[in-house]
Design a protein around this ligand. Sequence first.
Ligand SMILES: [Cu+2]
Length: 214
Amino acid sequence: MKKNRLLIALLFTISQVSFATMQMDEKGMVMNANSNNLPKDCSQISETVNLTIHAGQKYAEKFNGKMFAFDRQQWDVKPCSKINIIFINDDQIRHQFMIHGLPGYLYPDGMLHLELYGEGQLRASLIVPNQKKTYLVHCELAQHAEKGMKAQLKVGGGDGDLPSIPAISAPINSDHYLLDWTELKLGGVFALFVITITFGSGHWLLSRYFGKYK
Ligand SMILES: [Cu+2]
């Protein structure tokens, strides 16, 4: 009898771990999708939400100085909702859709990760916990989030705005633009001075030691 219980406990543990899956093909990959396992604090799924999310350069055109974006910068869902995502990449380059801060016992590293190596689409589901929280959504490729591919998923109204979400919140550190040209002008004058001295002294030395040089 005891052995049976142990076996059941073992099988249960394995079944709880085995959903941490990864699908991959030549077009892209999905990591940690979860369409069945309820977060600990949810007794049932509150609602099912279908979200179609686009990624592409054209969605950044309305944001000054940005280059990449999702078609929306915020999504609102209820606690314990199940979200069916269709992720569409409209560009010919690689983009990701990553949600961070999810419970680690359901989503390894607290992360749902969708990635497309070029134009195409992927599907994945997740179930969010029963908690008011704002989750970071971004593309983690170098400079993509900094250049605009950053958004937030608010569950139950969220717990505030994250920084530097285009058109929603200001960055923590503002970008530095060199608007004062004085430094550049001074640099130019200094460079001219150095060039004059170098060539001038070279000429003087040559004419002194090799008289014929002149
Ligand atoms: Cu990207």
